[in-house]
Design a protein around this ligand. Structure first.
Ligand SMILES: Nc1ncnc2c1ncn2[C@@H]1O[C@H](COP(=O)(O)OP(=O)(O)O)[C@@H](O)[C@H]1O
Ligand SMILES: [Mg+2]
Length: 360
């Protein structure tokens, strides 16, 4: 659902900007430190109640402020509805949509965002948890049942780990949590595998266009030897688990393996190539989401031209243009990317100067 109005208060250096973005392409330019990434952070906060740059709310809040508030109007079923997200220094969160309170899962499904910024390289060379979050984003938006499987699995894993950690294992209790762990774990994994199978052809197709001379394979690792059942693996490892004090194998270890031939893609690709691979993944994820739900995503693309040469930046912009998604794109110098859009694109251009936003 595109956002048609935004007012941002209490976020970093931003001087309470208030603006009406285009429902398609928004380009926000400004010098280093003018607040470009902060604008994207504020939109991400509206969608998730979190920043993508920091886990600590105090860093997101303007120094000296006790809360951040992003207020918006979003298109929903041909109507504009108010959505506001407020978070206090204490961690307290208030989300109001059209007069009602929303929890974070309802908010995430209302306003799905995809972010591309300097940290998104982590999807290739960061820890597996980043890639699990990526898969689970897709599963969450793919099927409403996924969140209950995920919560059930987390609970069983936590209980199992706590029994293993304290070493006083009551076999009956362990049996109960083993059975929950297996049941939720197998179902959760089936969703993850099916999602990757849906994503893979779109990813390969988009990557072939963005990066003609490189092939990247995308493999799913379930978190245990998939030739065997999770139950058999668990039974085999039980002595070692008691020794080590935590669950060794299972969906909590799931991962995506990116390979160029026989080599790990993270060790082979240049930074520009990595940016295009991650962009292809995010574009594919948005496309699968749109195919399934018939709804657009919001793309937040920080410093689009960095690391990309002109032909690749142009291809990337063409993809964004052809999608039906709402895009917020930042750059230092707007002329570097303004030439990439066709004249009939619904495009809005904004400029930031020391936290103050103006229309160009
Ligand atoms: N909590 C904060 N309170 C006030 N200003 C901040 C805070 N955090 C960062 N800043 C300042 O906000 C400015 C904008 O940062 P940023 O959004 O990263 O700019 P850009 O992406 O345009 O380079 C920087 O000058 C930074 O020093
Ligand atoms: Mg920035």
């Amino acid at each position: 659902m595109p956002v048609s109005y935004l007012k941002i208060s209490g976020v970093r250096n931003l001087q309470t900007p208030e603006f009406f973005p285009s429902s398609r392409i928004n380009i926000i330019s400004g010098a280093n430190g003018s607040g470009k990434t902060s604008i994207l952070e504020a939109i991400h906060f509206l969608s998730t109640t979190r920043s993508f740059r920091t886990h600590e709310i105090r860093h997101l809040l303007t120094q000296g402020q006790s809360s951040a508030l992003v207020f918006s109007r979003v298109h929903d079923n041909e109507q504009l509805r108010p959505l506001g997200v407020e978070k206090h220094l204490t961690g307290e969160i208030r989300v109001r949509f059209d007069g009602n309170s929303l929890d974070s899962a309802a908010l995430a499904s209302l306003l799905p965002v995809q972010v591309l910024y300097s940290g998104t390289f982590e999807l290739l060379d960061g820890s597996p948890s980043t890639r699990r979050q990526f898969i689970d984003w897709g599963c969450f938006h793919d099927d409403p049942i996924f969140i209950s499987l995920w919560r059930g699995f987390r609970r069983a894993l936590k209980q199992r780990n706590s029994l293993l950690k304290y070493g006083k294992i009551n076999p009956l209790q362990m049996q109960v949590w083993d059975s929950e762990f297996l049941s939720f774990g197998e179902k959760l994994t089936a969703h993850r595998r099916a999602y990757i199978d849906k994503l893979r052809p779109e990813f390969i197709r988009i990557l072939q266009i963005l990066l003609q001379d490189v092939e990247v394979e995308l493999g799913f690792y379930s978190g245990w030897d998939s030739k065997r059942s999770l139950e058999a693996v668990l039974a085999d490892q039980s002595a070692r688990e008691i020794q080590q004090g935590f669950t060794l194998s299972g969906p909590q270890r799931a991962d995506i393996r990116f390979r160029c031939g026989s080599v790990n893609a993270a060790d082979r690709l240049s930074r520009g190539q990595k940016k295009l691979v991650v962009s292809a993944l995010r574009l594919a994820q948005g496309l699968v989401y749109r195919n399934e739900t018939n709804r657009p995503c919001i793309y937040l693309v920080d410093d689009l031209p960095s690391e990309l040469d002109e032909p690749h930046a142009r291809l990337f912009c063409q993809f964004l243009e052809q999608s039906q998604d709402q895009c917020f794109i930042t750059c230092v110098e707007p002329d570097s990317i303004l030439k990439f859009w066709s004249p009939d694109t619904d495009l809005a251009l904004f400029h930031l100067d020391a936290g103050s936003l103006s229309i160009r």
